[in-house]
Design a protein around this ligand. Structure first.
Ligand code: NAD
Length: 261
């Protein structure tokens, strides 16, 4: 164990209330590409061309193709040791909230109680209507697209359908910003994992927590935009280092028993 890992582990063990912020990096080793960093997704697709309400209004067919491609990317992906380590942390005695920028659903698949996870950018596993409360599995809409409906509309109200994700330029889902701000203010440790910490407003929870006295631990493979705020920086592969940081070892299940789930 490196000195930095040992220091991070001590801060986690001593914390009374933890907020974890996860980004695309935690899912990279499950096979889901990141947007930035080595192997980043944005090298082949420009976000402003696809993940915006304007792009959707202009060319829904291309955007549905992008959703179908991203849904396909996660279809066969499983949680890795990073997700399992955080599921274990959230099951432990320290109150923990996991705020994720990820839209892949892997924290819940790893066994984390959904009530403890805030998916601030939504999920690519679901579709939503922009005009009413209609929600369903995104496969329901993708089946319509595959059958030739280039711009599927809501069966209940005729409104525009889209992936249940927050696009660039869209507001977060109602209540989420308040929830993550309250969690940031109340915690005494913020653990940022696999995020370049460049995507706002979510990244702002790190300086917010720090201003309210929280310690900051950053675990990432490359420098982030907020390394100067970190009490401890752990550089490395998340699936290799995060278990040590939170005191969970691979080979144990998320409840901590010696058997693997
Ligand atoms: P990002 O793509 O901007 O940054 C990911 C960071 O993770 C990079 O700094 C990279 O160096 C690091 N990283 C990658 N693999 C790693 C590994 N194995 N170990 C350690 N570090 C590793 O991610 P972001 O800050 O989360 O922001 C991008 C936006 O993209 C988010 O808003 C999110 O909604 C979306 N996104 C989500 C997914 C997903 O759901 N899995 C995937 C791509 C993008």
């Amino acid at each position: 164990m490196t000195t930095e890992m040992a220091r991070a582990r001590r801060l986690v063990a001593e914390a009374d209330r933890i907020v974890v912020l996860t980004g695309a990096g935690i899912s990279a080793e499950s096979g889901v590409p990141t947007f930035r960093g080595a192997g980043g997704l944005w090298k082949s697709h420009r976000p402003e061309e696809l993940a915006t309400p304007e792009a959707f209004a202009r060319d829904p067919q291309t955007v549905w193709e992008w959703y179908a491609w991203r849904r396909g990317l996660i279809a066969d992906c499983d949680p890795n040791h990073g997700h399992l380590a955080l599921a274990r942390l959230a099951l432990g005695g320290t109150p923990t909230t996991i705020v994720t920028q990820n839209v892949d659903g892997l924290h819940v698949m790893a066994g984390t109680d959904p009530a403890l996870v805030v998916e601030v950018h939504g999920t690519t596993r679901r579709a939503m209507c922009l005009s009413c409360d209609w929600r369903d599995d995104i496969e329901v809409v993708l089946a319509r697209v595959r059958a030739g409906d280039e711009d599927p509309h809501c069966v209940d109200c005729g409104g525009l359908l889209k992936s249940a994700t927050v696009s660039f330029g869209q507001n977060l889902f109602p209540g989420d910003m308040e929830r993550i701000e309250q969690a940031a203010i109340a915690c005494d440790l913020v653990l940022a994992v696999g995020s370049s910490l460049q995507v706002y407003p979510v990244a702002a929870m790190v300086p917010l927590a720090a201003r309210h006295g929280a310690r900051v631990v950053i675990v990432n493979g490359e420098p982030t935009a907020m390394d100067d705020l970190a009490d401890v920086l752990v550089m490395g592969s998340i699936s290799e280092v995060l278990g040590t940081v939170v005191g969970w070892s691979a080979g144990r299940n998320v409840r901590g028993d010696a058997s693997v789930d």
